[in-house]
Structures are given as structure tokens and as C-alpha cells.
Ligand binder design. Structure first.
Ligand code: C2E
Ligand code: CA
Ligand code: CA
Ligand code: CA
Length: 278
């Protein structure tokens, strides 16, 4: 039916029109959600491999829209990056995560840290570093209480302002984590150029451990990171066998469904209370 009639409709696919209408609706709702601060954060624990103790939580954004239902972050974050809403959303995430961490500290878990995901659009703003510091002050947190997760592609662009912000934040004592490490066009040179403290190995390396070259790559990444003085987190750990490999190869930290999925705020105290006493 597509090829019937006029030539100019030859390549028309009803799916494209449908999809862009869907995106337009999502974008409209996203503006509203941002105005109404309608986002929620879920938190996933990151454990020390050797002790099994929870070191930190990663804050992961959730959007449950009245009309559209749950929209996964992989769908709306890229949109928010395109239209610039991510700057405002990112500030809301930072606020909410710091407020939650402040509460945890008041509840007696003062050594727990919080990982916060960033987009490039946030890092290219000259005022970003001071906004982070102001937020920490507001919740009476220290720079070392949080760390910022960014992806390879976002820093690869190597914008001057990004590097300046990262250096400033790092000098102030905020740790920087390289997220999804090993995906994208990995270049090791930026690991030397940028103030990175933590490598988060992408879960594709963990969930394909049983085949071919992945175990060698994984152990090489861990060895290299340690040689550079970085700590290593394995993402997406789902199986005991994966955990055993990571433990045998001295991976410092682990995160994944094997330990816990991301949970709403009211579920994380329970996790901490269920921990073995150190
Ligand atoms: P990410 O930063 O790599 O986050 C890890 C993703 O893996 C999360 O998906 C998490 O739920 C999922 N995950 C955790 N453990 C496992 C596991 O054992 N197996 C599998 N298959 N998956 C696991 P989520 O929450 O859907 O987030 C997707 C992406 O959206 C994040 O990837 C991050 O890039 C982005 N994102 C989430 N929250 C924020 C935010 O506040 N700001 C920004 N800029 N991006 C965010
Ligand atoms: Ca992350
Ligand atoms: Ca990741
Ligand atoms: Ca990711």
C-alpha cells in the first residue's frame, strides 16, 4: 500500500509519522513534568566486593506520567538532552538525591555515598560547579559524600568548559566516575587527561562473561584501572558465577540485580538494616 499513488509518498512509512507524534506528546508531557517536579528517584546499592557492605547508592530517575504511564529514562533523557530540559531536570535530581542522602546520614548511615548521573549539557555550563557546591551546602553534605557519573561519549567531546568544571569539582573533593566504560569509542588518553577516580565497567562485559574474550578483557580492564590508581565497579551483576569471577579478579565494587534492583526511597533503609554488621 505504501508504494501506491504519488511518487512523493513512495518512502512514506506510517510508523515514522506515528512515532514523531508520540515523541511530540512525550515532549509536551516532559515539559509539564519538569515544571511540576514530577520525577522520582530510585536507588540501587553498590557493594564492596570483599566485605559485601553497601558503600553507596546510584540515583536513577523515574517518570510515571499520569497520561502516558511509566517512561524509561533511556527514552526521555535523550529527549531532555536535545531540548535542554536536562539542565533543570538534572538540578532536580541533584537536589532530591542530596536530600535523600542527608536523611540517610541523619539515620545513622553517615559513611554512605551517593552516585549521581550527569549529562554533558549540565557540564558545559560555567556555573555548574558552584551549583553543585551550593546544593551540598544546603543539605550539609561534604564533597566526598557524592560522586558524579558521566559517560565516555559525554567527555570525549572534550569541551573546555567540561574539563574546567570537572577539574574544579575534583579539586573540591567530589569524585568522578566514568560510566559505561568500554562502550563507545574508548580512548584511554582521556583517563589520564581527566580527573577520574572510578571506572564503571559496562554490563555488556559482565553478562557475556561465559563466552570468548570477555573474561580476558574484563580482567585486563581491572588490572589497568588499578595500575592507574582507579577503583573499579562492575555494573549489571546478575549471577553468582559473575560475582565469583569479579571477586577472584579483585574488582573493588559490584552493582546489579543479584544484590538489589533500584528501589524507591522508602526501600533503602531496609537494605542497610539487613546488612551484616561489619
Ligand atoms: P546507567 O547510568 O548505566 O544506569 C544503570 C542501568 O542499569 C539502570 O537502568 C539500572 O536499572 C540498570 N541495571 C542495574 N542493575 C542491572 C542488572 O543487574 N541487569 C540489568 N540488565 N540492568 C541493570 P535505568 O534506571 O533504566 O537507567 C538507564 C539509563 O538512564 C542510565 O544508565 C543513565 O544513563 C540514564 N539515567 C538514569 N537516571 C539518570 C539521571 O538522573 N540523569 C541522567 N543524566 N541520566 C540518567
Ligand atoms: Ca550511571
Ligand atoms: Ca552504566
Ligand atoms: Ca547506560
Amino acid at each position: 500500500a505504501k508504494n501506491r499513488g504519488k511518487n512523493c509518498f513512495k518512502y512514506f512509512s506510517p510508523n515514522i509519522g506515528q512515532r514523531s507524534r508520540e515523541m511530540a506528546t512525550i515532549e509536551q508531557r516532559l515539559h509539564l513534568a519538569t515544571e511540576n517536579q514530577a520525577f522520582e528517584l530510585h536507588y540501587q546499592p553498590i557493594l564492596e566486593t570483599s566485605s559485601g557492605q553497601i558503600r553507596s547508592f546510584e540515583a536513577l530517575i523515574r517518570w510515571n506520567d499520569e497520561q502516558l504511564g511509566r517512561i524509561p529514562p533511556d527514552k526521555f533523557i535523550p529527549l531532555a538532552e536535545q531540548n535542554g530540559l536536562i539542565v533543570e531536570i538534572g538540578q532536580q535530581v541533584l537536589n532530591q538525591a542530596c536530600e535523600q542522602l542527608c536523611q540517610l546520614h541523619q539515620q545513622g548511615y553517615g559513611s554512605i555515598k551517593m552516585g549521581i548521573n550527569l549529562s554533558t549539557r549540565q557540564l558545559t555550563r560555567p556555573q555548574f560547579a558552584s551549583e553543585v557546591i551550593n546544593t551540598l551546602d544546603r543539605y550539609r553534605l561534604k564533597p566526598s559524600d557524592i560522586y558524579l557519573e558521566l559517560t565516555e561519549t559525554s567527555v570525549m567531546k572534550g569541551q573546555k568548559q567540561t574539563v574546567r568544571n570537572l577539574s574544579k569539582l575534583s579539586r573540591l573533593g567530589i569524585q568522578i566516575a566514568m560510566d559505561d566504560f568500554g562502550t563507545g569509542y574508548s580512548s584511554l588518553s582521556y583517563l589520564k587527561r581527566l580527573p577520574i577516580d572510578l571506572l564503571k565497567i559496562d554490563r555488556s562485559f559482565i553478562n557475556q562473561l561465559e563466552n570468548d574474550s570477555n573474561p580476558a578483557i574484563l580482567s585486563a580492564i581491572i588490572t589497568m584501572a588499578h595500575a592507574m590508581g582507579l577503583e573499579v565497579v562492575a555494573e549489571g551483576v546478575e549471577l553468582e558465577s559473575q560475582m565469583r569471577f569479579l571477586s577472584d579478579h579483585n574488582c573493588d565494587l559490584v552493582q546489579g540485580y543479584l544484590f538489589s534492583p533500584p528501589r524507591p526511597a522508602d526501600g533503602i533503609l531496609e537494605l542497610l538494616q539487613a546488612q551484616p554488621v561489619p
